[in-house]
Design a protein around this ligand. Sequence first.
Ligand code: IMO
Ligand code: MG
Length: 423
Amino acid sequence: MMNKTDVVLGLQWGDEGKGKVVDCLAADYKVVARFQGGPNAGHSISIHDEMHVLHTVPSGIFREGVKNIIGNGVVVDPVILCEEIAGIEATGTDITDRLVISSRAHLILPTHRLLDAASEAAKGASKIGSTLKGIGPAYMDKTGRNGLRFGDLLTGSFQEKYEALKAKHLGLLAQYPGFEYNVEEYEKKWLDAVQQLKRFEITDTEFLVNDYLQQGVPILAEGAQGSLLDIDFGSYPFVTSSNTMAAGVCTGLGIAPTRVGRVYGIFKAYCTRVGSGPFPTELFDETGERLRRIGHEFGATTGRPRRCGWLDLVALKYAVMMSGVTDLIMMKSDVLDDFDTIKVATSYIIDGRETVTYPYDGGGGAQPVYKEIPGWKQDLTAIRDYDALPQAFKDYVSYIERETGCRIHIISIGPDRDAIITR
Ligand code: IMO
Ligand code: MG
């Protein structure tokens, strides 16, 4: 028997609600695996009215009997990972047997964080708006073939390799004359955290996942960030440093394309973006303010207010196409409960010409063309049955399905585990 790996992906600029969805879907899987990104992610899960934010640990961690794998494609900051683990274990659950780390996963060094900060500061007004977790510099060392990996921890030369890479980084930091830093404090925590993580299984997880598939054990791959932050296909250079689309699952876990099954694409009923970069449907008025207020749109990782705007079908269709999405999941529909009309961008005007294709720069200077849809003006949060939803809402759902050519399988109408309608 050979099972497939199902995938959960964000289809916008991150913060679509992946944590909640993975936690819900995890009930049907034995394995949840992260395949890219790192602590730039902030996946929120509400359990018994308590909010947990996960950055590195896969969102299946709260399910008993589920193995959670940090795959080779992930970059890990040991300090942040240890803090997360401590937070989870404070709830009374020992997760030593629930978490496995790939020996090929790269480490984010304290100096990677400093390089991230120095590089952003030097960019001034053209900064990316990075989460400053060291993601870019860590992936640069990975592709530059200088990186330090979890497997190195188990060798005798770890300290030596660490010092060599740190020395290289300090040389690079010297090129930012005005940049002041203190590496010792974080480094102390970091070296301690690295030792603590040795209690977890660190192994060549590509064998583990393929063994699971061979045995017919279902795996769920959990994406971080969003499709439009993909290093190749996102709004470059305002992107993250990994492949956030479905293709990343293969390289980030060691799973063949023929072993990928369903691809769940998550989107919010409107759009948000944190950090800089093109956002054609962004609202700068009271409506944008309202979306932010009702949707509590503040970053889970950085606390920054998120930019808000209407749903963008040009971008959404692109994301659906690029990952071969099989099922859509619509989040935070309830945020729109009180709006008289809802707008959806169906095309862009760029340099006086109308286009329905997502441009290579992510639509800087694009003017969205909107379709207006009547609001449903009803509180959705208590509804659990699709048939009980207002007709105007169902019309909104059907419209998106027609446009994307993809069925909306799950609709979320509130933060709790059970605030979900599955069709
Ligand atoms: P989750 O998984 C939203 C954004 C940053 C910045 C750009 C590059 O919670 O959806 P980086 O730190 O990767 O160098 O930042 O990407 N970004 C995210 N935005 N959600 C995320 O993750 C993000 N991870 C990175 O704001 O614009
Ligand atoms: Mg986030």
